[in-house]
Ligand binder design. Structure first.
Ligand SMILES: NC(=O)c1ccc[n+]([C@@H]2O[C@H](COP(=O)([O-])OP(=O)(O)OC[C@H]3O[C@@H](n4cnc5c(N)ncnc54)[C@H](OP(=O)(O)O)[C@@H]3O)[C@@H](O)[C@H]2O)c1
Length: 337
């Protein structure tokens, strides 16, 4: 135990529906001193991810649920304060599962070194972090887009979606995005170079979607599920690939809805496939290299939505993902180098 105070957000109780004030519990405890082969990290950026909602349910997914009274799980990026491992020295920048807290005491083997950053630090949680890896491998490996094909992506103005669309453009595809609101749709077409964008909150959006996909859809990269997936299932081309990345419209529901339109998978000889980004871990360096190059060449525009604040702001920042208030990769900055 050290002298340093460590503010934390812990899980107070499992939410039904959207998390609210009763879900969380704010505490300040002394930071745990690092043991052998452990490192004390001062957290700088906490990654705010839709998956956080699924970690609150009492079911094991690809990770166990967060336990009651445990520190809320979060990926993050920080700076080494004290190291008991030869792998890291004071001042090194690292990423890993750091938790919603100001300091993390972590085994060195669970941390990745950022090295000398070539892009703004927060980008290592976004385009060069889990977000970028998800877009890159989900689209290219699971979706297998070919030049000239139509790629449709949902939550298209979000962190993963905006990268998926831009990578598909680089691969010579026609790209259509689905997003909430006129501003996000204009951003997709005017700034990111999408061929069309459809506002799923507008009247008559399913007709607009059909009109935006005159050659139907070869790859649907879905982040949303629910009604959006239902609509996309009606638009598949022969041999369409449905990449199930996420279903954010369903994360706060007790029961995941639908889809009922999946008979089209038979008619169109289509494939629907989910994936977990961590399965591509061994190939992350390839994606990081390629994405860094595309960003530096200006072929990919990367948008990070950084909220400056404190650990206690986490519950409010998490809500932004479900209200669609985030523009790009959302993170909470709680410190600087
Ligand atoms: N499979 C994997 O390994 C993996 C890894 C990482 C992420 N994911 C998934 O990827 C998806 C995107 O994650 P992200 O980090 O990039 O988040 P994000 O897209 O930056 O943010 C979430 C966006 O979802 C949209 N949204 C929220 N509620 C919605 C609803 N009810 N209906 C339709 N759209 C809604 C909002 O955009 P609008 O304003 O457009 O509504 C919001 O901005 C999530 O489903 C996540 O779980 C999967």
């Amino acid at each position: 135990v050290s002298e340093v105070q460590n503010p934390q957000i812990r899980l107070a109780c499992r939410p039904s529906g959207e998390p609210d004030e009763s879900t969380w519990h704010y505490v300040e405890v002394p930071a745990a001193a690092p043991g052998p082969d452990q490192v004390l990290v001062r957290n700088l950026y906490l990654s705010i991810d839709p998956a956080m909602r699924s970690w609150l349910n009492p079911v094991k997914t690809y990770v166990p649920p967060v336990g009651i009274d445990e520190v809320m799980r979060a990926l993050g990026l920080g700076v080494v304060e004290t190291s008991n491992s030869p792998k890291f020295a004071k001042g090194d920048l690292v990423s890993g599962v750091l938790g919603v807290q100001a300091y993390a005491t972590v085994g060195a083997k669970h941390l990745e070194s950022i090295g000398e950053p070539r892009l703004p630090l927060q980008t290592y949680l976004g385009a060069l972090g889990m977000t970028g890896m998800t877009a890159y491998f989900g689209l290219l490996e699971v979706g297998q887009p070919k030049p000239g094909q139509t790629v449709l992506v949902s939550a298209a103005a979000g962190a993963v979606g905006s990268l998926v669309g831009q990578i598909a453009k680089i691969r010579g595809c026609r790209v259509v995005g689905i997003a909430g609101g006129a501003d996000k749709c204009a951003y997709l077409v005017d700034t990111l170079g999408f061929d069309a964008a459809v506002d799923y909150k507008a009247e008559g959006w399913t007709k607009a979607l059909k009109d935006a996909c005159p050659d139907r859809v070869d790859v649907f990269f879905d982040n949303v599920g629910g009604e959006v997936l239902e609509a996309a299932l009606l638009l598949g081309a022969r041999g369409a690939r449905y990449v199930i990345c996420g279903m954010i419209s369903q994360y706060n529901s007790a029961r995941i809805a639908g889809p009922s339109n999946y008979a089209t998978l038979i008619l169109n000889r289509s494939r629907m496939e989910g994936f977990v980004v961590f399965d591509y871990h061994a190939r992350y360096p390839e994606a990081v290299g390629q994405l860094t190059q595309w960003i530096q060449e200006g072929r990919i525009q990367n948008r990070d939505h950084v909220v400056a604040g404190q650990v206690r702001d986490f519950p409010a920042v998490l809500k932004k993902l479900f209200s669609g208030e985030n523009h790009g990769k959302l993170s909470l900055q709680i410190g600087s180098v």
